[in-house]
Design a protein around this ligand. Structure first.
Ligand code: ADP
Length: 370
C-alpha cells in the first residue's frame, strides 16, 4: 500500500543477492517492466479485487496516486469495443484460459484515442489460491502504422480488382462462344482460367475487406435471403476450386436471414476453404445449420490438423497464423478469420472455434433472426 495516496502499490523489494554488489539493490523485474514500458495488473477472481500498477493506471489516463477500479478502467474503453473486451475477460475467467485483447481507450486527453493490448493468465500462490494477472502495453504507434499499411493495401487491391473483373467477364463470353462451337479443348482450358481468376478475386476481396475492417469501415448491405440456398451455392463453388474434398451438407433449416449476402458468403468461403486447406486432400468436411430459438447457428467441421487450445482464441486476430511444422508449408495471410469475426460481429452474431490438435476443428457462427 502506498501510504501517501492510499492506492495499492506493487512491492518494491525484489532485490537479487546473487548479483555482484553494485547491482544487488536493483529490482530486476521493475527495471525490465520500466524499460519495456509495460503496466501490470493482478486480479483476485474470488473477491474481484483489482490491483493495477502505476504504469497501468497511467496508460488508462489516471493521474499518479489516483484510484482506478476495474470498472473505472472499463469505462475508458471506447464504447463500441467495451462489450467485446468485458466478454473476453469474463470468458478467460470462466474457462481458466489465457487472455489476449487489443482495444482503443480514451485516456487523459479526451480527444485522443490510444490503443492498448492486454495479456493475462492464471497463476497460483504458494498457498495454492489462484489469481489472474497480466501486462498492458501501449500499441498506438503499431496500430497507426497498421492503418497506413492497410490503406495502401486497400488502394492497390482496388486497382487490381478492376482489370480482373473485366478478365472474368471475357472468360465467360469466350466460354459461351466455345460451347456453341462445341470446342471441348477451349472449354476445358477456360474452366481452368476461370478457377484461377476466382481464386485471385477471393484473395483481392479479402485484402479489400481487410483494409476496410482495419479502418473500422465494414459497411453492410442487408437484404432478406435464404441461408440454406447460399450454403448450397458456396459448397458448389468450393467444390469447383477444391474438387478433391468430400463436402457433406447436413439437412439445413429453411430460413430467411436479414444480412449482407455477399459478406456472409465470404465468411462461408473462408471457413470452407480453411477446412480444405488444413486437412488431407480427400478428407470429409461437414457443414450444418441449426435453427435455435432466436438465431441460426452454422458450423463447418473438418478432420484436419486441429488447433492447440493456446492458439484458439488468437485465431481471430489480424495476421495471426499458427506456427508449426505442418502449417509452415501452407500459404496464407492470416486475415481470413479476422475478417470473418469482423463481419459476424457487425451482424451482432458470434463466431468461435472448437478443436483438438490432430483430430480436426469445428468453426461455428451465429446470426440473429429478425
Ligand atoms: P490463413 O489461413 O490465410 O493463414 P486465417 O485467418 O484464415 O488465415 O486462419 C488463421 C490461422 O488459423 C491459420 O493460419 C491456421 O493456422 C489456423 N486455422 C484456420 N482454420 C483452420 C482449420 N480449419 N484447421 C486448422 N487450423 C486452422
Amino acid at each position: 500500500m502506498n501510504k501517501d495516496s492510499g492506492v495499492n502499490e506493487f512491492p518494491e523489494e525484489n532485490y537479487n543477492s546473487d548479483l555482484p554488489e553494485p547491482f544487488q539493490a536493483i529490482d530486476i523485474a521493475k527495471v525490465a517492466l520500466d524499460s519495456a514500458n509495460v503496466g501490470i495488473w493482478i486480479m483476485d477472481p474470488a473477491s474481484g479485487k483489482f490491483l493495477p500498477s502505476e504504469r497501468t493506471r497511467e496508460l488508462f489516463g489516471f493521474l499518479p496516486g489516483e484510484e482506478m477500479s476495474f470498472e473505472d478502467a472499463m469505462l475508458k474503453v471506447v464504447d463500441k469495443h467495451r462489450k467485446s473486451v468485458t466478454e473476453a475477460i469474463e470468458n478467460a475467467f470462466k474457462k481458466h484460459s489465457s487472455l489476449y485483447i487489443e482495444y482503443p481507450i480514451i485516456g487523459l486527453d479526451e480527444h485522443k484515442q490510444r490503443w492498448l493490448s492486454a495479456t493475462g493468465g492464471f497463476s497460483s500462490t504458494a498457498a495454492n489460491s489462484s489469481y489472474f494477472s497480466g501486462i498492458i502495453m501501449d500499441i498506438t504507434e503499431q496500430k497507426q502504422s497498421d492503418l497506413r499499411r492497410s490503406k495502401f493495401i486497400g488502394m492497390v487491391s482496388h486497382e487490381l480488382k478492376t482489370p480482373l473483373t473485366a478478365l472474368k467477364a471475357y472468360v465467360q463470353m469466350l466460354n459461351n462462344w466455345a460451347k456453341k462451337q462445341k470446342d471441348n479443348f477451349t472449354i476445358g482450358a477456360l474452366s481452368k482460367v476461370d478457377k484461377q481468376v476466382k481464386k485471385m478475386l477471393n484473395m483481392i476481396n479479402s485484402l479489400l475487406n481487410l483494409s476496410g475492417a482495419e479502418a473500422g469501415k465494414i459497411h453492410l448491405k442487408k437484404e432478406e435471403f435464404r441461408l440454406d440456398v447460399l450454403i448450397n451455392e458456396v459448397v458448389e463453388e468450393t467444390l469447383f476450386i477444391t474438387s478433391a474434398h468430400h463436402i457433406v451438407i447436413n439437412p439445413c433449416a429453411i430460413v430467411n436471414v436479414n444480412a449482407d449476402r455477399e459478406k456472409i458468403e465470404q465468411v462461408l468461403v473462408n471457413l470452407l476453404s480453411n477446412a480444405a486447406k488444413y486437412s488431407e486432400k480427400t478428407a470429409q468436411i461437414e457443414i450444418a445449420c441449426v435453427l435455435q430459438h432466436n438465431h441460426i447457428e452454422v458450423s463447418v467441421r473438418d478432420q484436419g490438423l486441429g488447433i492447440a487450445q493456446a492458439d484458439i482464441q488468437k485465431l481471430f486476430l489480424p495476421h495471426y497464423r499458427v506456427e508449426s511444422k505442418e502449417t509452415e508449408k501452407i500459404a496464407g495471410f492470416g486475415i481470413g478469420l479476422y475478417l470473418c469475426a469482423e463481419i459476424i460481429n457487425r451482424h451482432h452474431g458470434k463466431i468461435w472455434a472448437e478443436s483438438e490438435l490432430g483430430k480436426g476443428s469445428t468453426f461455428k457462427f451465429t446470426l440473429p433472426l429478425n
